[in-house]
Design a binder for this molecule. Structure first.
Ligand code: ADP
Ligand code: 5GP
Length: 186
């Protein structure tokens, strides 16, 4: 890949705290850019189009697949999620480090197509803590929480395929570890 910036992939089971970690990283380091994904899931809470996600209809998303507009995409919990290719490659060319907060299926596509990507898997301290965080966030129904929790074990089996693994027990420690990985990975 003829680029200067680092492509950074962050994954982990729903509720492990990756969104919280990424928010803190972005506050600390102005040179980091977060890729905004497209999705066919509905916005939740205060989420806004173009800020948290680009919210798309299934037809729009499938057209983008046909147009090869995605760096990677996957079906997660029955909805499409994908990384817009042009935006990310453009930022990398400008020398910016770009974070993709994506699921394990998408990350495997990135590892295959961009092997120089810095890949980080966030782990919860335990399954009990993970369930507690999912419930505590209060943004999903009980059924959605159990679906996400049920998928966590299978997702955690992918952790070994990532370049780095970070346990999110104390938040500030986890953020510092991720920052250190990003700064020192070549
Ligand atoms: P994800 O993006 O991985 O689905 P979130 O970032 O939404 O997870 O975190 C899930 C919940 O856990 C949120 O309510 C968040 O405030 C909380 N949380 C995240 N990291 C920690 C931590 N280190 N200790 C305690 N609670 C945390
Ligand atoms: P949520 O619905 O909680 O925002 O996200 C659900 C899952 O989809 C998370 O694991 C998140 O990392 C993943 N995800 C978000 N955007 C993308 C994307 O562009 N591609 C892929 N493959 N997964 C994504």
């Amino acid at each position: 890949m003829d680029t200067k910036g680092k492509l950074i992939v962050i994954s982990g089971p729903s509720g492990c705290g990756k969104g919280t970690i990424v928010d803190k990283l972005l506050q600390q380091d102005g040179s980091l850019q977060l890729s905004i994904s497209a999705t066919t899931r509905m916005p939740r809470g205060t989420e806004e189009n173009g800020v948290n996600y680009f919210f798309k209809s299934e037809e729009e998303f499938e057209q983008m697949i046909r147009d090869q507009a995605f760096l990677e995409y996957a079906d997660v919990f029955g909805k499409y999620y994908g990384t817009p290719k042009e935006y990310v490659l453009g930022k990398l060319k400008q020398g910016k480090n770009v974070i993709l907060e994506i699921d394990v299926q998408g990350a495997m596509q990135v590892i295959k197509n961009y092997p120089e990507a810095v890949t980080i898997f966030i782990l919860p301290p335990s399954e009990e803590v993970l369930l507690g965080r999912l419930k505590g966030r209060g943004t999903e129904t009980e059924e959605q929480i159990m679906k996400r929790f049920g998928k966590a074990k299978a997702e955690m089996e992918y952790a070994q395929q990532y370049g780095y693994r970070v346990v999110n027990d104390d938040l500030d420690t986890a953020v510092a570890e991720v920052k250190n990985i990003i700064d020192h990975a070549s």
